[in-house]
Design a protein around this ligand. Structure first.
Ligand code: HH2
Length: 261
């Protein structure tokens, strides 16, 4: 069954939903709305990873994330989307059970804290990663890197490791399409696969839609196809639309989706 991870960005500058919430009450209301719509996990993020985003200090990221994690952890599974060891540690102590790590460097932290870990592939660093991404065979290179990373994490004692191709992280339009068309190559490694494609620019290109929050239909279709291929977890902004897409796709095929009757 594919799990739905709902994105909760508490950042002023995220690419599609930055600055959406005036206060903690509004943030928590959105989290509970996503849970009511069918999210299995809420992914709390306090720093944008988009190219050119302003870096956030540890203190500011802690201030943004810890109170939310504390308030949500009693109600649902919480992941913390961070690349900072101190933020990951504080949020796991506050109740998060998964570290969503786009840097793929925090496996030691996840092992020490007994948290699950999402290892995402990224070529380069966020500031410059989209300048000139280069691969020979993008699918094989991403797969081999992720398998080595996941094996390292498991040997260090991380209890559960997801591998994530990092759509849009040091990838051009064709790289993203190749990775999603061949997502079975990641699934057949035996490691659970997570994917974040929601509202991303390749969907904007395919649908001629420059405005991220208007990429909902394309995102839901892509999530349903990923679920059908056997992805374990999809990270999405639009939970209700994604759940509906997965349910319809499941009814018309043999795929297994979250909440399928
Ligand atoms: N993408 C984003 C952030 N975190 N985590 C994983 N595991 N996989 C992803 O593809 C992924 C991720 C970027 O999206 P978003 O959080 O909406 O934007 P921003 O980084 O600007 O806050």
């Amino acid at each position: 069954m594919t799990s739905i991870m709902g994105v909760l960005n508490v950042t002023p500058d995220s690419f599609s939903d930055g600055g959406n919430y005036p206060d903690l009450t509004a943030v928590l209301a959105h989290a509970h709305e996503m849970l009511a719509e069918g999210a299995d996990i809420v992914d709390v993020g306090g720093e944008s990873t988009r190219p050119g985003a302003t870096p956030v200090s540890v203190a500011e990221e802690l201030r943004r994330t810890v109170p939310i994690v504390e308030a949500l952890a009693a109600h649902c599974t919480v992941s913390i989307d961070t690349t900072k060891e101190r933020v990951a540690t504080a949020c796991v102590r506050a109740g998060a059970s998964i570290i969503n790590d786009v840097s793929s460097c925090l496996d030691g932290v996840a092992a020490d804290l007994g948290a699950g870990w999402i290892a995402m592939h990224m070529q380069g660093v966020p500031l410059t990663m989209q300048a000139q991404p280069r691969y020979g065979d993008v699918v094989a290179e991403v797969r081999d890197h992720l398998v080595a990373t996941a094996d390292r994490a498991l040997s260090r004692g991380v209890a559960k490791v997801w591998i994530d191709p990092g759509i849009g992280f040091g990838k051009g339009f064709e790289h993203n399409l190749e990775l999603l068309r061949h997502i079975d190559e990641l699934i057949s490694t035996g490691h659970p696969v997570a994917v974040g494609l929601s509202r991303k620019s390749f969907i904007g290109t395919l649908t001629d839609q420059p405005v991220p929050h208007k990429r909902v239909t394309g995102s839901a279709v892509a999530a349903a196809l990923a679920a059908g291929a056997g992805v374990d977890l999809v990270r999405v902004h639009d939970v209700r639309e994604t759940v509906e897409a997965l349910r319809v796709a499941a009814a018309l095929s043999t795929i297994r989706v979250v909440g399928s009757q």
